[in-house]
Design a protein around this ligand. Sequence first.
Ligand SMILES: *Cc1c(COP(=O)(O)O)cnc(C)c1O
Length: 338
Amino acid sequence: MKDLDWGNLTFGYRKTDYNVRCYYRDGKWGEIEVCSDEYINMHMAATCLHYGQEAFEGLKAYRCPDGKVRIFRVKDNAERLQSTCDGIVMPKVSTEMFEEMVKKVVRLNQDYIPTYESGATLYIRPLLIGISPQVGVHPAKDYLFLIFVTPVGPYFKGGFACNKYAIVRDFDRAAPLGTGCYKVGGNYAASLRAHMYAAGKGYGSEFYLDAREKKYVDECGAANFFGIKNNTYVTPKSTSILPSITNKSLMQIAEDLGLKVERRPVPEEELPTFEEAGACGTAAVISPISELDDLDTGKKYVFGDKPGPWSTKLYETLRGIQYGTVEDKHGWTTVVID
Ligand SMILES: *Cc1c(COP(=O)(O)O)cnc(C)c1O
């Protein structure tokens, strides 16, 4: 293993030895290539640069206490990428090819998978871009699918810690029938102004209401929202929310733990009724919400500075499954290195 200071990693990019690539040309995918170059050589008129033909994914490899390295729900990431491909008209990467390339890049860079004790992980970033030149607005003919990895520490300093969010109305991340449900870079570009605005006021992130009526909860920055009340796990349903695999897993775990699960529109007025609230996603797993401030109305929804009992239980169960210490009843994990 590389002699890196695993305990002090941030959620940033760090060079590893290899990435894996596959090109789509003449209507078909080519051979999987192993590459040590961090750069991509492409045409300046590539569609990804001008018209946003870019899709990505994010998952992690976990070095477990039993010595194995596991990845979590890789098929779900492959299927979500396929849905994104439909959304912005790109050729699909098969689930088999996706999984093969993920395993390959993790094995090639196994020296960079942080120790279990550090709490850090190896972040896996698949990327699909249109690379052929196009000046008119059309989908590209040629594509590059690439996966790189980078060791990361916890997303938020302090790991499982509470955060304050600012409800913003002056910005939308995505339109109801737009690309919010696809994992594309353009949604992130659209979120940067809101993010900088909220961060500038001292918040961990911005919090979005639905773009049409500004009435219902949408996303919590770049994470899904959930609230807990009366033994029920509640998460918003909307066409502009990215279907989080963490949220999908938490819904299942909540059910397994005996909670009721509701996925439905969540009006802002319902916020004060939640006993616990959190943001969820691969990067932070669960980030409990301590407070939500509506910057326009001055309303504050306070959930407390400590993670609640259900959030803690959900977090520990999900982390336990990812690290192989809690039984994986649903077959979510794949051992990549035995
Ligand atoms: C990736 C992402 C999430 C979280 O999805 P996971 O599969 O749980 O990592 C949530 N919201 C947005 C906007 C995202 O891009």
